[in-house]
Design a protein around this ligand. Structure first.
Ligand SMILES: Cc1ncc(COP(=O)(O)O)c(C=O)c1O
Length: 239
């Protein structure tokens, strides 16, 4: 029995199919985290592990913050869930209203989702629905970027530009998607201090695609301001 009180000897590790993980290799020597405090995890054997990525970029305020756990525990003991189909709860309205004050105009409506993948697929749908409702139903094409990561839904991998995420589903992705070139340019930008000098001209590809397809057929362009999953790729100066 490990010091944590967890015992995995009788657990069928194969039952949990882990995403973005070499499952056989991982399960032959599992690294199990069982506690967290501030910026450290503790593994099943009691070793401290520095959490250099804030969970998966989702625990940026630090782990096990008392204020956060008290707020969650207070809410869950009062009401664990309320539907948002035709009904509601005051707090999402308050949160949306506070967020809309932080975002620049005209970003003043909030649609809550459970993940980035769901957010991206929803954003693509909202773009299509918006143009249709706005009397421009021909605006259906999307433009993403090579090496971009937009999650694992069909929409997200379609506009995303990571070959390994796409190739298994080739031919089944969203139709009418083009990709801008990525901005990784090691020959010219390696070891740059601050934003890299070279590559602003790659943004011109957008103009070419607009000329090729016609703006009236393009629904949206989706790019990460700072590419993060296919390597952290800083945008060149001027983009
Ligand atoms: C830009 C971007 N879009 C979408 C996603 C997908 O988010 P999730 O892993 O929550 O589905 C990520 C995740 O890192 C992301 O960085």
């Amino acid at each position: 029995m490990a010091t944590s009180g967890f015992d995995i000897k009788g657990t069928d590790l194969d039952a949990f199919w882990m995403p973005f993980t070499a499952n056989r290799q991982y399960k032959s020597a599992p690294r199990l985290l069982v506690e967290a405090d501030g910026m450290y995890y503790k593994d099943i054997n009691g070793n401290e592990v520095l959490d250099g990525t804030a969970g998966l970029w989702c625990c940026n305020a630090g782990h096990s913050r008392k204020k956060v756990s008290e707020a969650v525990s207070h809410q869950i003991s009062r009401m664990d869930f309320a539907p948002t189909f035709q009904m509601g709860h005051p707090l999402p309205f308050e949160l949306a209203s506070r967020l809309s004050k932080m975002t620049p105009a005209p970003l003043n409506r909030v649609f809550f989702t459970n993940s980035g993948s769901e957010s991206v697929d929803t954003a693509l749908k909202i773009a299509l629905a918006y143009h249709r409702a706005n009397g421009q139903p021909t605006r259906t094409r999307f433009i993403g970027r090579e090496m971009g990561y937009h999650g694992v839904g069909f929409g997200g991998i379609s506009v995303g530009g990571i070959g390994n995420n796409r190739k298994t589903f080739s031919g089944q992705l969203l139709a009418g998607v083009d990709h801008l070139p990525h901005t990784l340019d090691l020959d010219r930008n390696a070891f740059s201090r601050g934003l890299p000098e070279h590559g602003v001209e790659r943004a011109e590809a957008l103009e070419h695609l607009v000329t090729l397809h016609g703006a009236e057929n393009i629904a949206a362009v989706i790019v990460e301001p700072l590419s993060g999953s296919a390597g952290v790729i800083l945008p060149p100066k001027g983009t």
